[in-house]
Structures are given as structure tokens and as C-alpha cells.
Design a protein around this ligand. Structure first.
Ligand code: NAP
Ligand code: 8YV
Length: 323
């Protein structure tokens, strides 16, 4: 057994737990009653930490309890729950799980888009409630035909969504901080302007302070009563109270949402709305893809512990990192 001890900040899938326990002593913070006593007794022993969104913040206050901490393995490509800037400034590398989930999340985004536009869950409920028999055919819906979609964040997943959407015949544009070279889609430096010009806004940029509330009331008003918002990024990107109000009043047409500001809590006002489709953050949630993500978390920690460096360090903690 390696003398490299790991702290998990929340429950993880069995593949990660077993993969790490086979090599390291693993501690589960969520099962430790006296955390302060643990922090003191394990101060010098913890060398790696594993967490992810939904497991609470891994902030400077937690990381600094362990002066020999070298790596934080984040389960997920989005690492907004880890203070990666602090980690980088303090010689700790943060890893995430890019690429292995890109296609799964892009598939889900297109599924959610079609479900929202063609009202698939509503049609399913209509049939199950016996309304087809009693009331006749389900009402006609909006269509993807001849529609324009703007993508907020044309990164790995945004590009995979664009590929799929292009195959569906959508007219595409995008917004990010920097225009990309050799991209056939129109670039907008101004998100409100893009929202005004499109029928659908697909949100797939990272969470965190840099994007908080970027899908503002003004953006959603620009999208308008015939517009559809799809968010598969993080709930924090959208001004959620404004979104709820605009959906209720019809000033925003419809929304397909996989993510929310305060998960797993979802604004109750959305539950009764017929113009929304709600998913419980399932973008990457297949056995196949979660296994790939879990294995990448384990492989990062193992590679680091063997002195070979991390496999997928995040931008704020480029490897090699100095302490
Ligand atoms: P990525 O490759 O890093 O792409 C992120 C894109 O966002 C880049 O094009 C970037 O371009 C843009 N961006 C970053 N900050 C921005 C800002 N302040 N304003 C406008 N654009 C900005 O990341 P990815 O792998 O595609 O993943 C994207 C995000 O999806 C993750 O961070 C995660 O939060 C979310 N996600 C959700 C699920 C789910 O289950 N629903 C699953 C996986 C990922 P510029 O640098 O040019 O601005
Ligand atoms: C994960 C995600 O399900 O990768 C991400 O950023 O949001 C999802 O793939 C999540 O991080 C696991 O908690």
C-alpha cells in the first residue's frame, strides 16, 4: 500500500472508490464525525483529494489544512466547485475529466432540445393521462425547421453540439470571449445581440464567477416569447429568478434545463409550467461515460502518485506546477 493517502469529500461511484482503495489508504470526509480531529491527525498524511460538483466546495480553507496535498481529482469536466486558482497559487494540481464525456453530453443536449421544442414529455403525459382518448390528438408543437441556434461556449461540448445541430439543419452562431479561427458559424461578441437574432440559445460554457448570471434578464428578453433556452452547463450561468418570471409571463417562450443554481433543489414554480422540460443533471449520466470519467479520476491520481504527473490538469494548474 502506497503511503499516499487520499481524502474523498463526498460519496463517489464504486469504480473510483475501489480503484483508489486498491492502492491507497482512502478517507471519506462525509463519514467522519469529528472532522476537526481528523484534520489535525491527518494534516501531513493527505496527499490527494477527490471530489466533484454536488460534494460541496473544495476551497482554499479545506486544502490548506493539508500542507502535503499535491492533487485534487475532480469528477467532472466542470470544476467550478474547486478553487483551482487558489490551488495553482499554492502548488496543488487540479485535474478534471475532459473529452470522455463530450459526446454523451452533446447527445443529451440535442435530446433535451428536441424534447423541449416538440414537447415530448408533455405528449407522454397527455397519453398516460388518457387525454388522447378523451380529447383527441395532442396539440401541434413548434419545430426545429428553419430555426437559428446560438451556442454560448463553443468549446469541446459546444462544438460537438454544433456538429449534431448542423446535421439537423439548424443555422448556427456562437458567443464566447474569443472568436475561433476556421469556424463556419457567425461569431457574436455580444450575447444580447446573438440572443436577439436566434430562436434557440444553447448554454454550454463553464460555471464559476466568470460566467455568473451571464444569461441575464436582458439576454432572455432578447430571446423573447418565441425563444427557447436550453441550459446543459451550470445553473449559475442563468439569472434563475428572472428566468422563472419570464417563463411564467410568456416573455421567454420555453426552456429545457438539465442544471440549476441550487441542485438538487429546483424552483418549485417551474414544476407546474407546461413550457419547460426539467432534467436532474443527467448530461453525462450513462454507465459507459460515467465509468470513463471515474477511471480518468483514478488514473490521474495514480499517475501523479507515481511521479509521472497528472494526465488532465486544468488550465489554472498547468503541469509542472511549482509549490
Ligand atoms: P471547454 O472545452 O472548456 O469549453 C468552454 C467554452 O466556454 C469555451 O469555448 C470558452 O471560450 C467558453 N467560455 C469560457 N468562459 C466564458 C465566458 N466568460 N463567456 C463566454 N464564453 C466563455 O469546456 P467543455 O468541456 O465544453 O464543458 C463546458 C461546461 O459544460 C463544463 O465546464 C461544465 O460546467 C458543463 N458540463 C455539464 C454537464 C452536464 O451534465 N449537464 C456535463 C459536462 C459538462 P473562450 O475561452 O473563448 O471564452
Ligand atoms: C457530472 C458535469 O455529472 O462533467 C461535468 O461538469 O456536470 C457532469 O458530467 C458531474 O460533475 C458529477 O457530479
Amino acid at each position: 500500500m502506497s503511503d499516499f493517502e487520499i481524502l474523498m469529500t463526498g460519496p463517489v461511484m464504486a469504480l473510483i472508490r475501489e480503484g483508489l482503495e486498491a492502492r491507497f489508504t482512502v478517507h471519506k470526509l462525509h463519514e467522519i464525525a469529528d472532522k476537526e480531529a481528523f484534520f489535525d491527525s491527518h494534516r501531513d498524511r493527505i496527499r490527494g483529494m477527490v471530489g466533484g460538483s454536488g460534494h460541496g466546495k473544495i476551497d482554499g480553507a479545506l486544502m490548506q489544512r493539508f500542507p502535503n496535498l499535491g492533487i485534487v481529482g475532480n469528477f467532472g469536466v466542470g470544476y467550478d466547485s474547486v478553487d483551482a486558482a487558489w490551488a495553482g497559487q499554492n502548488g496543488i494540481v487540479v485535474t478534471n475529466t475532459p473529452d470522455v464525456l463530450t459526446d454523451e453530453v452533446a447527445d443529451l443536449a440535442l435530446g433535451l432540445l428536441i424534447a423541449t421544442i416538440r414537447r415530448l414529455p408533455q405528449a407522454d403525459r397527455y397519453l398516460r393521462d388518457g387525454r388522447w382518448v378523451k380529447e383527441g390528438p395532442f396539440p401541434l408543437t413548434a419545430s426545429l425547421r428553419e430555426k437559428k441556434m446560438g451556442i454560448l461556449g463553443l468549446g469541446r461540448i459546444g462544438s460537438a453540439i454544433a456538429q449534431r445541430a448542423a446535421a439537423f439543419g439548424l443555422n448556427l452562431s456562437y458567443h464566447s470571449r474569443n472568436p475561433k479561427a476556421d469556424i463556419p458559424y457567425r461569431y457574436y461578441g455580444d450575447l444580447v445581440e446573438m440572443a436577439r437574432d436566434v430562436d434557440i440559445l444553447m448554454v454550454i460554457a463553464p460555471g464559476g464567477p466568470g460566467t455568473k448570471g451571464i444569461v441575464s434578464r436582458a439576454v432572455m428578453e432578447a430571446l423573447g416569447p418565441a425563444g427557447t433556452l436550453v441550459n446543459v452547463a451550470r445553473g449559475t450561468l442563468v439569472d434563475e429568478p428572472a428566468m422563472v418570471e419570464l417563463l411564467a409571463s410568456g416573455k421567454l417562450g420555453a426552456a429545457g434545463l438539465d442544471v440549476f443554481e441550487n441542485e438538487p433543489h429546483v424552483p418549485e414554480a417551474l414544476f407546474g409550467m407546461e413550457n419547460v422540460v426539467l432534467l436532474p443533471h443527467v448530461g453525462s449520466g450513462s454507465h459507459y461515460t460515467r465509468n470513463k470519467m471515474g477511471q480518468l479520476v483514478v488514473d490521474n491520481i495514480i499517475s501523479f502518485s507515481e511521479g509521472k504527473g497528472p494526465l488532465t490538469p486544468v488550465a489554472e494548474t498547468p503541469w509542472p506546477i511549482g509549490r
